[in-house]
Design a protein around this ligand. Structure first.
Ligand SMILES: [Zn+2]
Length: 178
């Protein structure tokens, strides 16, 4: 296969392959010189550089932040420590999150959701950075999570939570900097 391709590619040098393109030049110069013109003109015409490789656009980076963590409840001293809140004040490093009445913890829900979203976005060509590596650790603190988007040049930062509410309540909330 490769030899066949090489032969075809190198076929431009000998005169038989160049014959069709040189017919016009042969007509303009006419008369006495048809056999000598083919070697000079056909080579630089087209076949040399048809492949200017356009560099692929870099995949966008999205940070997924699954709220809380599975080890938070066992480390109240760590997650209760004050950290900068981004507006000049402080807030606790992290919290345990909530859970359903049946005991399904928010940290487990956010972790499961983040992995599902990650797989879908990776399949779509997006680079994913998670704010935590598993669902058994402690933290990281909210300030560390919040800075990660800028650190990795993320196009978007998506925080995932499953907040508690009164039975029958539905909806979502959108936090915004004040
Ligand atoms: Zn939450």
């Amino acid at each position: 296969m490769t030899t066949a391709l090489l032969l075809a590619g190198c076929g431009g040098d000998p005169s038989p392959a160049a014959a069709p393109s040189t017919t016009t030049t042969a007509r303009t110069t006419s008369s006495a010189v048809p056999p000598t013109t083919p070697p000079t003109t056909p080579a630089p015409t087209t076949t040399e550089a048809p492949a200017p490789t356009t560099p692929a656009a870099p995949a966008p980076v999205v940070v997924l932040d699954p709220g809380h963590n599975g080890g938070n409840a066992a480390a109240p001293g760590v997650i209760g420590a004050p950290v900068p809140d981004g507006t000049g004040g402080t807030k606790p490093c992290n919290t345990t999150g909530t859970s359903t009445d049946a005991g399904y913890a928010e940290h487990a829900f956010t972790w499961d959701t983040a992995l599902r979203v990650r797989d879908l976005l990776v399949a779509a060509g997006v680079q994913i950075v998670l704010t935590r590596d598993d669902d058994t650790g402690v933290g990281p603190c909210v300030d560390v999570r919040g800075q990660l988007g800028a650190q990795v040049g993320a196009a978007a930062f998506v925080g995932i939570h499953g907040d508690g509410a009164a039975a029958g309540s539905r909806g979502f909330h959108v936090p915004a900097p004040s």
